[in-house]
Write a protein that binds this ligand. Sequence first.
Ligand code: GLA
Length: 381
Amino acid sequence: MLMRWSESVIRREFEQRFQSPPAFVVRAPGRVNLIGEHTDYNDGFVLPLAIDRAVWLALRPRGDRQVLAHSLDFTGSTTFTLDNLTRGNGGWAEYVKGVAWALQESGHRLRGWEGVIAGDVPVGAGLSSSAALELAVARAFVAVSELPWDMAAMARLGQQAENEWVGVRCGIMDQMISAAGRAGHALLIDCRSLHTEAVPFPAGTTVVVLDTATRRGLVASAYNERRRQCESAARAFGVAALRDVSSAHFEAECSRLDEITRRRARHVVTENERTLQAAEAMRRGDAEAVGRLMNASHASLRDDFAVSSRELDIMVECGQSHPACLGIRMTGAGFGGCAVALIHREQTEAFTSTVAARYRAETGIKPVLYVCAATDGASVI
Ligand code: GLA
């Protein structure tokens, strides 16, 4: 288990290392997606929240173009010059360099800095520890270089760093919610325009993340295959992206798709509609409706998009069988990782202990459950 960091601990760690207080402390959160899965790379809609687990960076500017970053969670430091960025052998330092590269590629003049990085977003669980690191680094460069902070532009640069420097294909959701999250709210993001709208949680509800403690290999290749299938479906419909296909349009013309492509496309088309309906239900405080849409999302991800797993399905069934549960679904890319549930807040303790025990009894695996609060996006604190 990662240490739970806090602002005061990060400041103290910086002071011990550099014998002076940091000039800035920045924080960028991880995320969990309530609904709208595998829709972001189809220019569609997502409804994630930034969570109370984050990456922190305490730093001070340097007079030159060197960057010195020390990780408190992973061994070691990285040192590089902004004048000569070269790819290393992976690991956390590549995210720092990748963000520097993307910022410079887009024409920003950066200053060097030195600092310490720490985080309590579990790595590899599907809660976007990498997007949190990217946005923390972007926020740090913007602070020391005295640049304007444009949330959408910085999210796009974080995604570019991940796509082109680190080499992981992902959509815009994770970076956008880490940049733009709002405390107490989920964020409806239009992944085409990057327009956002904060929607409040229905009264008396809370969000629980349920980590199956299973991880699958081949997630990247399966993810890229789904993307290709979605692109080919969009071509068949003659549109730029599946975002442009309504369910009526889908029903009228889906016979031109082969069986697999049809199922993949049906998930995306219906998921976009469920996401918009869920945002609408949140606005009117209808927690039951949000929960029903989450349950339907899981069925669609399992049956049509085929990105669930045995353990995720068991976790979802365990959750759904508890009376406190309004809705539960797998969340993130899938094939393992986490489920997310919306539950009645006053029964949080009963829900988490019962569901964890049931899941463990059925799978023999000890899950990890997090009760999450929705927090603000990346900021200097
Ligand atoms: C991963 C990607 C996101 C998104 C989800 C699926 O988390 O990083 O961009 O595509 O999968 O919704």
